[in-house]
Write a protein that binds this ligand. Structure first.
Ligand SMILES: [Zn+2]
Ligand SMILES: [Zn+2]
Length: 343
């Protein structure tokens, strides 16, 4: 099934013509529960990987004060909570029985560090044929993103990008190694999702605009918001441009960075100092209270009761306090290291 983002409620570039030249295409990925194969684009799915190519590992020293858990712990924890959320419950009944609570505590308690190296975990696999406008190095038709599912110095998992020519994968790897240590709540463990890529147009987050223009957009918001939301008596809407008209929420390729809680800093390539461009946004969820108009038409009626795996967040990845991880790459060379930022 395709996913269709409704047209933006306002054509913002017709009201603020300064925005028109800043329009950029982004591809919303719309990850949804599924069982992707190595031959499909996916989030958290199996990668098409040559059997004779070494599986990437993280060699950094991990010594966070919180102990890591295993992938199996994460899967069992999610299954336990999913079942608990889905069963009927009386008004004063606890979510978990005492036995389940004890099991949950065990699953979150962690194990001693296995130490390095830690095998990387597949995050995304994007066939270029599925992602309009995404180009890679000569000959590559696939982008694979893996990461070490633990906090690193940046407060983010450490990602690795692999561009691949699928024609060269003759003998695919069947059982890839798995990380022994993952973060205690599985925040960096994506559930398998198939993708429904969709092109949308974006404008920069207000943080990336000249202060004067951003100020006019904030001043314009409340009255415009009130027109379509007469029931909202709080006269909110100062962030109308930011939430509804600038950057699309959720996992996406390209477009503008989803700057939100911190001021943008120049994302300059460490090798050549060129300004890097957004490649992939890893998101903590596709919609929430502040981004309702971005909900695809096909998702407006949830297909079934929602448990732990919410319809707005099938990959179940969580970055910081519900933020995004933005991966940037250098436009000059695919060999230059990528940048990561929490936004
Ligand atoms: Zn690591
Ligand atoms: Zn560079």
């Amino acid at each position: 099934m395709v996913r269709t983002t409704p047209p933006r409620p306002v054509d913002i570039a017709s009201i603020f013509p300064e925005l028109a030249p800043l329009a950029r295409q982004a591809i919303r990925l719309h990850p949804r529960p599924g069982i992707p194969t190595p031959y499909e684009s996916s989030i958290g799915g199996p990668l098409l990987w040559p059997a004779d190519e070494e599986w990437p590992v993280c060699a950094e020293v991990h010594d966070d004060w919180q102990l890591p858990v295993s992938l199996d712990d994460v899967r069992r924890r999610r299954a336990l909570l999913e079942a608990a959320w889905l069963r009927p419950r009386g008004p004063k009944e606890n979510l978990l029985s005492p036995e389940e609570r004890a099991l949950l505590d065990t699953l979150e308690a962690g194990h001693p560090w296995h130490g390095e190296p830690n095998a990387l975990l597949p995050v995304a696999q994007l066939y270029l044929r599925d992602i309009p406008g995404l180009t890679g190095p000569d000959g590559a038709d696939l982008l694979q993103v893996l990461w070490c599912p633990l906090d690193h110095e940046s407060g983010l998992p450490a990602a690795r990008l692999v561009w691949r020519d699928t024609a060269s994968v003759v003998d695919p790897l069947v059982s890839p190694p798995e990380p022994a240590d993952v973060d205690p709540y599985g925040n960096y463990v994506p559930e398998p999702c198939v993708l429904h890529p969709e092109a949308v147009m974006e404008y920069p987050a207000p943080h990336e605009l000249p202060e004067e223009l951003a100020g006019r957009l904030v001043a314009w918001g409340p009255a415009e918001w009130a027109k379509s939301h007469p029931e909202d008596e709080d006269e909110s809407g100062g962030a109308y441009y930011q939430y509804e008209l600038s950057v699309a929420p959720g996992w996406k390729v390209g477009g503008w960075g989803p700057w939100s809680f911190c001021d943008p800093c120049p994302m300059l390539c460490a090798t050549c100092k060129t300004e890097c461009r957004p490649l992939l946004t890893v998101s903590s969820g596709e919609w929430d209270g502040g981004s309702g108009s971005w909900i695809p038409l096909e998702d407006r009626v949830p297909p079934r009761p929602a448990g732990l795996r919410r319809p707005s967040d099938p990959p179940m990845v969580s970055i910081g306090r519900g933020y995004n991880m933005q991966i940037y790459i250098c436009p000059e060379s695919f060999d230059h290291p990528h940048l990561e930022n929490m936004q």
